[in-house]
Design a binder for this molecule. Structure first.
Ligand SMILES: [Fe+2]
Length: 244
């Protein structure tokens, strides 16, 4: 089941500026904000940085080009190919805290079917778990490593994190998607199975249009992507640290 997407139009707002009040209200209410009708020359990085400081991507770049790359085939899970992506939260495996917000905007959308970014509320999902499982998820620490794709690029690290972490007054949900945990156990297996079922039943699907930006709370929301065939699809991604 797909639930309707709530969107914000910038058509009537101050020229060239995000309506930060409405964006924050949508982030707090829905866990995401989908902002449409942005001007042609919109300063995505400058405007989204009003939510918090940009965080570097895995290769040090501030903006990541998200499009099919000839070197990444569909045998692996990667934003750089055309296959479906499993639900996950961004940066779940890296050392330190994940970015608070992830923003995606569109340079060129597919003509054909698929390619939607999908989102579901992990806080609501976690509330469906037993109190005992939630306590174990807060206290069980797992070892993490880079994906096989990143290891091939020479990126290496080791990190230890729980799947649920209290941070300030908030909770960080880490929802992994593939081979980046070195030790799966029963609790992890049940968390993943139940989370994927929740995602399938409760997600929104956004085919991000040109002149639009989707931003979500990455501590709260799981995201994924539907497969697509038209290789012109080109998005850009910005990671934003916790609000300062
Ligand atoms: Fe992702």
């Amino acid at each position: 089941m797909t639930v309707p997407v709530i969107s914000i139009s910038l058509a009537d707002g101050p020229a060239g500026e995000l309506d930060l009040g409405r964006v924050r209200a949508s982030l707090a209410r829905e866990g995401y904000a989908y902002v449409r009708d942005v001007p042609e020359d919109f300063d995505y990085v400058g405007q989204l940085s009003r939510l918090g400081a940009p965080a570097a991507q895995f290769d040090g770049a501030i903006v990541r080009e998200v499009r099919p790359e000839p070197t990444v085939d569909n045998t692996v899970f990667s934003a750089s190919n055309t296959r479906e992506l499993m639900p996950h939260t961004e940066w779940f495996e890296y050392p330190s805290h994940p970015p608070r917000y992830v923003a995606l905007w569109c340079v060129r959308q597919t003509e054909g079917p698929g390619g939607e970014t999908t989102l579901a509320d992990a806080y609501s999902f976690v509330r469906t778990l037993t109190a005992r499982d939630r306590e174990h998820l807060l206290s069980s620490v797992y070892p993490w490593q880079p994906s096989a794709v990143l290891r091939k690029l020479g990126i290496d690290f080791h990190a230890d994190h729980p799947l649920l972490e209290r941070h300030g007054g908030d909770v960080i949900v880490r929802f992994p998607c593939d081979d980046r945990c070195a030790r799966f156990d029963d609790l992890m297996e049940r968390f993943l199975t139940a989370g994927r079922e929740y995602f399938a039943a409760h997600h929104v699907a956004v085919k991000i249009e040109e002149r639009a930006v989707l931003v979500w709370d990455n501590w709260r929301m799981m995201h994924a992507r539907n497969a697509f065939t038209d290789e012109v699809r080109h998005l850009r991604r910005l990671l934003v640290s916790a609000t300062v």
